[in-house]
Ligand binder design. Structure first.
Ligand SMILES: Nc1ncnc2c1ncn2[C@@H]1O[C@H](COP(=O)(O)OP(=O)(O)OP(=O)(O)O)[C@@H](O)[C@H]1O
Ligand SMILES: CCCCCCCCCCCCC/C=C/[C@@H](O)[C@H](CO)NC(=O)CCCCC
Ligand SMILES: [Ca+2]
Length: 555
């Protein structure tokens, strides 16, 4: 709880006709019930509220209606009798109220005061404070994906988010996408980014991935960096991105805000939160493929995704259906994983830390190798395998997952890698070796229970800055150019096999699930770019255990 700064304003105002001492400082608005009788009532709770100014959404004047007169055009005009001392002035303050499970909602309180000048002064003072908060967005570029999740993107935005933006005086340019990658291409080519101080993604993880693709690409072009390069450090994006969850998994929103509630996300955007986020770049033979911020999954999650793509009409349930089907199919894949362990960091994928608001591990590790630091650790480690830093593992895997964040989501509240951090410059590489269905099910079910999903002999997890994967059957260079056609032919072939287990042959290839989109290649080179982008979020807040004694109401 912030301590009140220098007092700017102090008055006696009324709330629902009861007297309150109301005070405004740089950081806090406090209204404290006036105890009417001088005798202290030990049992009457002295009602006191305090709201950080940074969490006030807006303030609006109320027209106190004492009567109304018909205008000559027939419409009714509210009039305020000037004479008579009962003339009341009123203003309403809208502010953030915390609810359960990290949800926020917009609460309001109306103050009435007898003197119009006092009322005006309060309104203008609060507005002045809000205007001086430069981290708040004024003009947002909004992309709505009408197609993702349960196809409710437009309704969610229009009914739950737009009214809040209007209340907060935020101007918006809204684009409803008409085809896949519409938002990416618009950001790459057309958007006049200088006009905006934020981008809003109304959709799921795939839509977010599309938007950061466009934004990061545009930022590199504008900064003269080659987005295709695997060596150059990328330039961080200054525009923050807000996520209004309207997808099927929405794990990026869930892991950075703590819930998948559109109103909560809208309020984090309005108050101007800022949360840095790591981004992985994925290349195939020096050709850029995509960016990833949540999950890069080969094997199980890749097969779940490619099987579910044909069932988009099922909405979010498609993942559960395909998840079960792929669990029963139980395919493993051979290949070679090499990775560069993260050095000099604090924290491991199996420790008890959790990435929360103001995360010290992200602050410590993030600075170690954020894009802005000159001595970029990568150059030291150099990329050639010869540097001795790289480790290589060959084997048969059920799943190879790189979680750049916990990937917590409604399906798995603690996520694929519960101790992963949003902005520490690393990704957790989880290797699930070939094992029995029974053991794999134990591993999967631990994602939804308290047990440690890594505490199994066939699982290993490493915190890395880079990694590569090469499927076993990629012998010569020509095989490397496994293009989509070749891959899909194999997949069709393997599809036939999957549907007719009689033939007994197992497909050699899975596909990579990159934030919910299928990659076109299986041999990839992944690199983590620390804190490359920023979200309108503040990480998951620790629940306030109890009001601390410095509570301003206690004064
Ligand atoms: N207008 C559109 N028509 C068709 N596809 C679109 C359109 N706009 C965006 N897309 C694509 O739809 C895909 C899925 O969208 P999104 O990720 O928002 O939903 P989802 O896959 O259901 O959610 P999640 O990724 O959280 O599981 C994205 O890859 C995006 O590129
Ligand atoms: C068979 C019993 C299973 C019981 C428990 C299963 C564990 C579920 C863990 C869920 C982890 C989701 C990781 C998020 C990845 C997203 O970037 C991606 C796009 O949104 N979603 C999926 O690929 C969707 C992936 C959904 C997989 C089911
Ligand atoms: Ca990370």
């Amino acid at each position: 709880m912030e301590r009140p700064g220098r007092l700017l304003l102090q008055s006696e105002l009324r709330v629902r006709n009861a007297a309150y001492d109301v005070s405004l400082s740089r950081s806090l608005l406090i209204w404290k019930r006036r105890t009417s009788s001088p005798v202290y009532h030990p049992f009457r709770p002295s009602v006191c509220h305090s709201v950080p100014v940074s969490e006030i959404i807006s303030v609006r004047e109320e027209e106190e209606e004492n009567g109304s007169r018909q205008r000559d055009d027939g419409s009714w005009k509210k009039i305020r009798e000037r004479e008579g001392k009962d003339c009341r002035q009123a203003f309403t303050v809208l502010y953030v109220e915390r609810c359960r499970q990290h949800r926020w909602r917009c609460a309001e309180v109306t103050f009435t005061c007898s003197d119009e000048a006092v009322c005006q002064h309060w309104v203008s003072s609060i507005r002045e404070q809000l205007a001086s908060n430069t981290s708040r967005p004024k003009h947002l570029l909004v992309y709505i994906n009408p197609y993702g999740g349960k196809r409710q993107g437009k309704r969610i935005y229009e009914q739950k988010v737009a009214p809040l933006f209007t209340q907060a005086g935020i101007a918006t340019s809204v684009i409803v996408t008409e085809y896949a990658n519409h938002a990416r291409d618009h950001l790459k080519m057309e958007a006049e980014l200088k006009k905006f101080d934020g981008v809003v993604c109304v959709g799921g993880d795939g839509m977010f991935s599309e938007i950061i693709h466009g934004l990061i690409w545009r930022t590199q072009i504008d900064c003269g960096v080659d987005p295709n390069s695997t060596e150059e450090a990328l330039s961080p994006c200054s525009l923050r991105i807000g996520i209004i969850p309207a997808g099927s998994t929405d794990c990026i929103c869930f892991a950075s805000v703590g819930t998948n509630d559109p109103v909560t996300s809208a309020l984090h955007i309005i108050v101007g939160d800022s949360q840095p986020l790591d981004v992985c770049s994925v290349h195939h033979n020096n050709m850029f493929l995509r960016y990833s911020v949540s999950l890069l999954g080969y094997g199980f999650y890749g097969d779940v995704l490619s099987d579910s793509e044909r069932k988009r009409w099922m909405g979010p349930a498609r993942y559960d259906f395909s998840g079960l089907k792929m669990f029963l199919t139980h395919h493993y894949y051979e290949g070679t994983v090499s990775y560069l362990p993260a050095k000099g960091i604090i924290g491991t994928p199996r420790d008890a830390t959790r990435c929360r608001s103001g995360c010290v591990i992200c602050q410590h590790n993030g600075q170690l190798n954020s894009e802005r630091s000159e001595k970029y650790e990568m150059d030291e480690a150099s990329d050639s395998e010869s540097s001795g830093e790289w480790r290589t593992i060959r084997g048969k895997f059920l799943a190879i997952n790189a979680a750049s964040m916990s990937c917590a989501c409604p399906r798995s509240p603690k996520g694929l890698s519960p101790a992963a951090h949003l902005a520490d410059g690393t990704t957790d590489l989880i290797l699930v070796r070939k094992c029995s269905r029974f053991n794999f099910l134990r591993h999967l079910l631990r994602h939804t229970s308290k047990d440690d999903q890594f505490d199994l002999t066939f699982i290993e997890v490493h915190r890395v800055r880079r990694f590569r994967f090469m499927p076993r059957h990629c012998q010569s260079d020509s095989d490397l150019e496994l293009d989509l056609h070749e891959n899909s032919k194999r997949q069709i072939f393997s599809q036939i096999c999957k549907d007719h287990p009689a033939c007994g042959c197992a497909p050699a290839y899975s596909s990579w699930n990159c934030d919910g989109e299928i990659l076109t290649h299986t041999a990839i080179d992944v690199r983590v770019h620390g804190q490359l982008i920023k979200l309108f979020a503040r990480g998951i807040e620790e629940l306030p255990v109890f009001e601390d004694l410095s509570n301003p109401c206690a004064i």
